[in-house]
Ligand binder design. Structure first.
Ligand code: SF4
Length: 78
């Protein structure tokens, strides 16, 4: 998979720790950066394809990504 999108990440100069929060408040803080990110969709797909379990990627929490994957499995099974 092409990684060029990472060069345009709004978080590239932020602390990586910000995107691996330990609570819901931290998740919301990270998401605020993602909202303004021009590569949000690429980031989300990367996390989904690579089954990345931890952190905020593409503006989605771990739980939200699990939900997306479940929905996709359901859609492909029907
Ligand atoms: S969507 Fe969020 S985590 Fe992904 S590259 Fe952009 S700012 Fe970083």
């Amino acid at each position: 998979m092409d990684h060029d999108w990472m060069r345009y990440a709004a978080c590239r100069d932020r602390s990586p720790a910000q995107f691996f929060p330990s609570d819901g408040v931290g998740v919301e803080v990270a998401k605020r950066t993602c909202v303004e990110c021009c590569v949000r969709m690429e980031c989300l797909e990367y996390a989904l394809i690579h089954r990345i379990d931890h952190g905020v990627w593409g503006g989605c929490s771990e739980r939200e990504r699990r939900r997306i994957l479940r929905r996709r499995r359901t859609l492909t099974a029907t």
